[in-house]
Design a protein around this ligand. Sequence first.
Ligand SMILES: C[S@@+](CC[C@H](N)C(=O)[O-])C[C@H]1O[C@@H](n2cnc3c(N)ncnc32)[C@H](O)[C@@H]1O
Length: 478
Amino acid sequence: MAATQATDQEYPGDWPGRLWLDGRTPVQVGDFAGQAEAGRGPISKADIPVFHNPAMTGSRTRSVLLLDQCLRENWVTKPGATMRVLDGLAASAVRSRRWLGEIPSEQAARLRVTAIDADATALAWARANHQTHPPCSSGDDEEGDYVDDIDEDFPEHQQGLRFLQGDLRAKVLESGWQWVDLDPFGPPTPFLDTVLQGLARVAVVDITATDTAALCGAAADSARRRYGAMAVVDDLSHDTAMRVLLGHVASVAARHDRAIEPLMAIFDDHHVRVSIIARKSKQEASSFAENIGWRIHNPSADEVAIGVARGLHPAGESDEPQLSVLIPWDAAPGGSFTGRLSGPLWTGPLGKPEVYAAMTAERAVELCALEGERDADLLKRLEIPDSTIRDSQRLATKAVRGLAEVAEVIDCPCTYPVDMVASMYSDITGPPSPTTLAEKLREKGWRAAKDFIAVPAVRTNAPWDVVITTVREIAPTR
Ligand SMILES: C[S@@+](CC[C@H](N)C(=O)[O-])C[C@H]1O[C@@H](n2cnc3c(N)ncnc32)[C@H](O)[C@@H]1O
């Protein structure tokens, strides 16, 4: 593929670097290993001029799909209104440029995106990329010219995007943002307090955390210091990590009279991402603790009964040991919990069924993968080989794998990692297939799906006695 020179502006000294297609958006990045190779990240962020992580392509694909859905369904704006979007820690601004170039033009034309970064060199690369590869593929009008929708309220935006250098924590308060993307190195905690004060009355906040060891409980000191939480390390860690982050975001939001509703949570390889909608409401914010609680691992029958009584655990007819139970904040029983307690954490749904249901491979490919006819000019200009087209389709599909399937059960508090289930009983000699277990549970009339957490698991509303009976029907037993 051919990297391109920027034209009439000052561009970074290392330009043009290497060309990478993130989704179907060209981005020129530093000429270093790990900057333009699928699935690999940079070896050291200190050595590269602008941080770019190709391994986060899937996260950016999901972000394109989520923002597209937000615009189409008018979650935070009136129909047709412009939307103030902040790419808070933008680096090369590839995320901003993907929103503007990959969301269909009718909706993308409503975006007024501000990309902030503290690093002047990163912004130089971002500007050069925006100028060299403007978001014309989606924004063409009938004559083929980009519809540059500059209006009086946003005079600094060029083709939907402006750049601001500085500390996000200072800049975020200048406007009522309707969408904020927070994609830090490590934990998002240093930014949450100010970001949650810089929002419009209704806003989406999309938050990445790469400190998964803290959220999963493996780095206990960091978990306590950053999130005021503890977590047990077992196969439920990924579910726990999403809930710890959501619980923390909910409590910071409540301090600023905002209630949150999760749209989507995901644990993807080395990061957790939670997308929430925040609404200004003292009353709703005051009751945020209704969705905050604890996970007790290896619970007693009495502890399970607390979860059942408060609607956080399916009622069943078994007194047999269970994996875990979610219980409310105010019901934490006394006694020693060493190694048995995770939290505080979010006990409500991890997201909205309609958001997960919209994360389909068809939509991901349609918006975010290259397509010969539509992208003909781009393919020709950058001499993009057919193999890159196929790669973009494969990566778009991979970005949403398993998400639509879980839509029906995302409100269920219980997920059952099959290895853990099998290891609880001596007569079960191996784990069942999660796909078969989910199918069998559905045949029995329960909601069930193979879960999207990184270990094989089934999320279901079936009670434990049904789960374990079904496991015994299909797993190897002695
Ligand atoms: C992980 S990178 C962002 C990656 C980018 N969102 C993407 O999708 O490629 C984090 C960025 O945050 C910037 N940064 C760190 N602290 C900042 C602060 N306090 N204010 C603004 N930018 C900051 C860094 O310069 C870096 O470019």
